[in-house]
Design a protein around this ligand. Structure first.
Ligand code: HEM
Ligand code: HEM
Length: 144
């Protein structure tokens, strides 16, 4: 039974890192577009963002494997699995665009905006996943 808890825990821990990354990213946004707020902590943002996005990816794989091994099917959790399929390309874009901007720093406006918007949408969908995932946990694991 204990292994059912790893996936939800991983995804919620990643949300903490993701929230810190948004908090730092929004400072950059306010700085660049409204000349308001303090400096953008680039290094902390990259570390927190990477931890969040990579944790979500690993957690998705783990959830899929646990569901397959325990209940013998792929994507059987309905809405929870569907939202995860929407999240997958978004997480890949967030990670690739972030890594690219980190490796090739220069003055940019459009890519950081697309990256920031995409990643804030990820946070919103992850919040939805917590609600939907709690339903999955009750139905599939606790049998309620
Ligand atoms: C949950 C994860 C993440 C969130 C919520 C997030 C959010 C944001 C936001 C809101 C901005 C500011 C956008 C703007 O000013 O228009 C930003 C910029 C940036 N992000 Fe992220 N990000 C995340 C992950 C990452 C990762 C994984 C990396 C690198 C590996 C990264 C690298 C960057 C860089 C380098 C910038 C600044 C680009 C520039 O100033 O040219 N981010 N991010
Ligand atoms: C980033 C957020 C999340 C993503 C992307 C995600 C994704 C997934 C995926 C892809 C599966 C496999 C589904 C299948 O094969 O039908 C799964 C399983 C599952 N998810 Fe999530 N999930 C997230 C958050 C959560 C949260 C917060 C909870 C609980 C509160 C949760 C509860 C579950 C449960 C109970 C399973 C069954 C397998 C297991 O326990 O490992 N998920 N999830």
């Amino acid at each position: 039974m204990w292994f059912f808890y790893i996936h939800p825990l991983l995804q919620i821990v990643a949300l903490l890192f993701g929230s810190y990354a948004v908090f730092l990213g929004l400072k950059r946004f306010l700085n660049v577009f409204f000349q308001f707020g303090s400096n953008f902590n680039w290094k902390h943002h990259v570390i927190a963002g990477q931890l969040a996005l990579e944790d979500w990816l690993a957690g998705m794989i783990l959830g899929t494997v646990v569901a397959r091994v325990e209940w013998g099917g792929w994507f059987i959790t309905g809405l929870h699995a569907k939202i995860a399929m929407v999240l997958l390309p978004m997480i890949c874009f967030g990670l690739v665009s972030g890594l690219y901007m980190n490796l090739k720093p220069c003055r940019r406006k459009v890519l950081p905006l697309a990256h920031g918007f995409n990643n804030i949408c990820i946070i919103v969908l992850v919040l939805v996943q917590i609600v939907v995932g709690t339903g999955v946990f009750k139905e599939f694991v606790l049998g309620l």
